[in-house]
Design a protein around this ligand. Structure first.
Ligand SMILES: Nc1nc2c(c(=O)[nH]1)N[C@H]1C(S)=C(S)[C@@H](COP(=O)(O)OP(=O)(O)OC[C@H]3O[C@@H](n4cnc5c(=O)[nH]c(N)nc54)[C@H](O)[C@@H]3O)O[C@H]1N2
Ligand SMILES: Nc1nc2c(c(=O)[nH]1)N[C@H]1C(S)=C(S)[C@@H](COP(=O)(O)OP(=O)(O)OC[C@H]3O[C@@H](n4cnc5c(=O)[nH]c(N)nc54)[C@H](O)[C@@H]3O)O[C@H]1N2
Ligand SMILES: [Mo]
Length: 747
């Protein structure tokens, strides 16, 4: 559409700008190659016109004076902050030469490819890693890969597919579609969806459902907008979610309120599960979790007796110890109540139209990248020989082991890192100081980002400037709809992650990639599964809902739409929902759920708890910031100038702290500054602070690193996580600390 001199382009938000996992339809107002305004697209079925503050402030992010708009080369010592602008040709040549050198001397596995959370980075970074020949790709700082992956593993192992709360997101007419039924109950577990819109889920769908009658059970140690509107707020001790889920299973099974027909017909291992949950009586679980016994019983009944019921869960589940088992127990709650693959329950979510943004199968990987990479993925991928689940589920290296390998050089040395869409030191990594010391040793580090931050400043030899979603061609098929993102403007010389990685990947793997000349060619070949292409999608308006079939609900298990053999049932070995998981058995972990205490807790480490008697919850998200991003955006920062810590007034009295006072949070790993906010949002004995704080207005070069070591809460978060599966348990929500006053003039 064009009015006067302004073009209005419809697009979707995945990748830099808002930062999030979302798929929001937005309208970009463009004048003379410049975005002048952004507004929610009311015709997009995903967000129906709504926008978050970060999208509304997009202009200030895109055109920020600090934005890096040309490739940079380090000219001083590493960390000294001296960079000079270079051409793209020189940048690509340098990256190619340095990476080739490492490959020749040490092997391609000696370069680690590190990404952040799931924006549209998985495709381009794996494309580059494998074209170069390295099997070592992961979220390097993310202890225990404690975000989403443990949940994915549990769902895959139990149901054979990924399931998500059904808020009609798969239907174009949404709530008005006659096929749809609103959940009677939505259990929101360790998640604050209205603020976070995580993992392809738009948080306000829950509010839409509440307006249509859904009642809420909320599982959260804190008070949030959602908990204050819940019928039941189960205010548990952080990290005890596994016990709570097992207790609820105990109630539902003992009270005989599970869905007997469904369990009999469609599940495997119910008797073993019944036996396992016996010892998790409500009384015992109340003691572990600090949730009153009566409340556990009532909430379990409320969930089981009100079908359809859905569960919307979050990263707090993944950050529990042995998160794969916690996520399994929560999945079981939906399974034994028959809330799977029905309207208003858990809907089976497959990539829309069958399009995947990057290849998954070994055959596809072999075809593109050759046999060697697939072999290395099984033999040299970090964590593979320690954790069968790491080997068998997703292609990632195990992050805690990877950083240790970088530090020790054992069993083989790591010499280089390609860091893209990740601020490892500024927010991602637990044990931030350990990561800093280890990464400093590498021979070559390239970082692809939009701004300088502690990671670029401390580590980068080359910085490559990335594009926002308004400046790039990309595509998305994370559940539904299938979407393309089209480049609308250019800022400086910034390039998209796809463009950058495509260029370099071609240099390393010309033969395997010769079928494509451009990024659009590559996108077209992925879209061809859906019988469409980039231009056609653009003409259709940029997105399309899944057609009827295996990527669209409901009751696909009854119709033989889930299994490759076309038989009725689920996509598991037994064809049933595996309450006793054959996949877990194969991965040498307990096939049934159980509870494990956090590594630091009043129960596990009573002595440490005497010294550090407060449980620190970190990272309850703010809608103003995405992790460590956006601190430099004036409209957003104005609303949250200082890093604060939530403290209950009772706790504050004990520590003699007043509201607004600057204090230290501390433990054996060090101390970090925060401004006290006295609030009943947290219980006495718990405190909460946002992660990702660095102050762009401070000095960048070492030793300051934008105030990193004063404000980075992950300095205090320990690691490694020590789980049986290799997944989960990053201690981001369960670290023991104390508070102290900052002395006059002190630091
Ligand atoms: N204490 C604590 N720490 C945590 C958490 C917590 O709850 N508590 N949560 C953890 C979780 S769940 C996660 S997933 C990690 C997230 O960790 P990260 O994903 O590393 O977090 P960000 O701070 O968003 O860093 C992303 C960086 O990439 C840049 N960027 C953004 N978009 C793009 C893009 O499209 N292209 C490129 N090239 N660069 C881009 C940003 O400028 C930023 O510097 O953090 C973890 N850290
Ligand atoms: N605006 C914004 N949106 C984001 C992000 C962001 O940084 N900013 N990050 C994105 C990423 S990568 C992720 S992973 C998601 C995360 O998004 P969410 O899954 O919503 O996670 P959090 O905001 O960390 O925490 C949600 C709730 O869990 C509670 N909680 C803390 N500890 C526990 C516990 O032990 N058990 C239980 N049951 N609850 C607990 C907190 O009090 C909080 O209210 O958000 C994504 N979306
Ligand atoms: Mo995450």
């Amino acid at each position: 559409m064009r009015t006067k001199d302004v073009d209005i382009f419809r697009t979707v938000t995945w990748s830099a700008g808002a930062g999030c996992h979302g798929n929001c339809g937005q309208k970009l107002y463009v004048k003379d190659n410049e975005v002048i305004k952004v507004e929610g697209d009311e015709d997009h079925p995903w967000n129906q016109g709504r926008s978050c503050p970060r999208v509304l402030a997009l202009k200030q992010y895109m055109y920020h004076p600090d934005r890096i708009t040309k490739p940079l080369k380090r000219i001083g010592k590493r960390g000294e902050g001296k960079f000079e602008e270079i051409t793209w040709e020189e940048a690509f040549d340098t990256c190619e030469d340095r990476l080739r050198e490492i490959k020749e001397k040490h092997g391609a596995e000696s370069v680690i490819f590190a990404q952040g959370t799931g924006r549209d980075i998985g495709g381009p970074i794996s494309f580059l890693a494998y074209s170069y020949g390295s099997p070592n790709w992961c979220q390097l700082g993310l202890s225990g890969q404690s975000c989403y992956t443990p949940r994915l593993g549990a769902m895959k192992a139990t149901v054979g597919d990924f399931i998500v709360a059904d808020c009609s997101q798969f239907l174009e007419k949404r709530y008005e579609d006659p096929e749809y039924e609103v959940p009677k109950v939505i259990m929101v577990w360790g998640n604050n969806p209205i603020t976070t819109c995580p993992d392809g889920f738009f948080g306000h769908w829950i509010v839409d459902c509440m307006k249509r009658g859904s009642k809420i059970i909320s599982v959260d140690p804190r008070h949030t907008w959602m908990t204050t509107r819940a019928s039941y707020h189960l205010q548990l001790r952080p990290g005890t979610d596994g016990a709570l889920a097992l207790g609820m299973l105990n109630v539902i099974i003992n009270e005989n309120i599970y869905d007997k027909d469904f369990v009999e017909k469609w599940t495997y291992g119910f008797d073993e599960l019944r036996e396992r949950v016996k010892s998790y009586t409500p009384a015992k679980v109340a003691e572990i979790t600090e949730v009153p016994e009566q409340m556990i019983v009532e909430a379990a009944k409320f969930f089981a007796c009100n079908s359809p019921a859905a569960v919307q869960w979050g990263v707090a589940v993944d950050m529990c110890p042995e998160a794969t088992t916690v996520a399994q127990a929560i999945t079981h709650l939906s399974c034994i109540t028959g809330n799977i693959d029905i309207p208003g329950g858990q809907v089976i979510a497959r990539p829309s139209h069958g399009v995947t943004t990057y290849p998954y199968t070994s055959e596809e990987l072999r075809g593109l990248y050759g046999d060697d990479v697939v072999k290395l993925m099984n033999e040299k991928r970090i964590g593979c020989d320690t954790y069968p689940m790491v080997k068998g589920f997703r292609g990632w290296a195990q992050p805690d082991m990877a950083i240790e390998q970088i530090a020790t050089g054992k069993p083989y040395p790591i010499k280089g890192a390609w860091i893209q869409t990740a601020n490892i030191l500024g927010g991602q990594a637990a044990r931030a100081k350990y990561h800093y010391d280890a990464l400093k040793k590498l021979d070559f580090i390239a970082v692809v980002d939009l701004f300088h931050n502690p990671t670029t400043m401390a580590l980068a030899d080359i910085v490559l400037p990335a594009a926002t979603f308004a400046e790039k061609d990309s595509f998305r098929s994370w559940w539904t709809p299938l979407s393309i993102i089209k480049k609308r403007v250019q800022v400086g010389e910034c390039k998209s992650d796809w463009e950058i990685n495509f260029e370099l990947a071609k240099r390393f793997n010309p033969e395997g990639l010769k079928q494509w000349d451009t990024v659009i060619d590559l996108i077209n070949s992925r879209l061809s599964v859906a019988g469409t292409n980039f231009d056609e999608m653009e003409q259709k308006g940029g997105w399309e809902m899944a057609p009827k079939g295996s990527t669209r609900p409901y009751r696909r298990h009854e119709r033989g739409l889930l299994r490759p053999d076309g038989k009725a049932g689920f996509f598991t070995e037994t064809g049933k929902i595996e309450l006793w998981s054959k996949a877990y058995e194969g991965w040498e972990i307990d096939p049934l759920p159980y509870f494990k205490e956090p590594p630091q807790s009043p129960v596990t480490t009573p002595e440490l708890f005497k010294k550090y008697p407060l449980i620190l919850i970190t990272g309850a998200r703010s809608n103003l910031f995405f992790h460590s991003e956006h601190r430099m955006v004036p409209w957003l920062r104005e609303k949250a100038k200082d890093p604060i810590v939530e403290i209950n007034p009772e706790t504050a009295v004990k520590y003699n702290i007043y509201d607004g006072e600057w204090i230290h949070i501390e433990n054996d790993l060090g101390k970090v500054k925060r401004k006290a906010q006295l609030t009943p949002k947290v219980k006495p004995g718990h405190i909460q602070t946002l992660h990702g704080w660095w102050l762009p207005e401070l000095n960048g070069p070492e030793p300051d690193l934008f105030g990193l070591w004063d404000y980075q809460i992950n300095k205090l978060v320990p690691g490694p996580q020590g789980s049986d599966s290799g997944f989960g348990g990053g201690q981001y929500k369960t670290t023991l600390v104390t508070l102290s006053k900052i002395k006059e003039g002190g630091v």
